[in-house]
Design a protein around this ligand. Structure first.
Ligand code: S3P
Length: 166
């Protein structure tokens, strides 16, 4: 576990934020969330930012945030679309400590069903969300070194598994 940051990637609802916090507790490392940093730096909630400036501007800022993270070893939890930009994928690959939190669509769809905060799933059908996930799947795979399926795991079990795989 020594020395480097651990990045958690995966689709919305896969448990990145909760598992990241659990990992922070277990390892004593600080937890940094790229979405939180985004809102802190821009002073705008992500859903409002999408409405005002659109996805492309969001992706540009998100990349800026990822590439400028401090080198201090941390648990870094990322937005689900962080792997869409090639620059980000290369950055993650170079870090060598990226965990893909995989999750069965039935599980993340259930977790996301009442969510009003994520602009990319607002007004989308279940089929469209699944399609988005399928398209992203190879990008999560190519950016990560370890895959953990969180569908049947508690937050605690997932964090334990990550620590054992590091
Ligand atoms: C996004 C996921 C969100 C947030 C933004 C876009 C995506 O983060 O970055 O709404 O493209 O999947 P979470 O994965 O933490 O929900």
């Amino acid at each position: 576990m020594e020395g480097k940051s651990i990045y958690l990637i995966g689709f919305m609802g896969a448990g990145k934020t909760s598992i990241g916090h659990e990992l922070g507790k277990k390892t004593g490392l600080p937890v940094i969330d790229t979405d939180e940093l985004f809102e802190k730096f821009t002073g705008i909630e992500i859903r409002n930012f999408f409405e005002l400036y659109g996805e492309q501007r969001f992706r540009e800022k998100e990349t800026e945030i990822l590439l400028n993270l401090s080198n201090h070893p941390s648990i870094i939890t990322t937005g689900g679309g962080i792997i869409l930009k090639e620059k980000n994928r290369q950055f993650l690959q170079k870090s060598g400590r990226v965990i893909f939190l995989q999750c069965h669509p039935d599980v993340f769809l259930d977790r996301l069903k009442d969510d009003q905060t994520r602009p990319l799933i607002k007004n989308k059908s279940v089929e469209e969300i699944k399609e988005m996930y399928e398209k992203r799947l190879p990008l999560y795979m190519e950016s990560s070194t370890v895959t953990i399926d969180t569908s049947d795991l508690s937050i605690e079990e997932a964090a334990e598994l990550i620590i054992n795989r590091m």
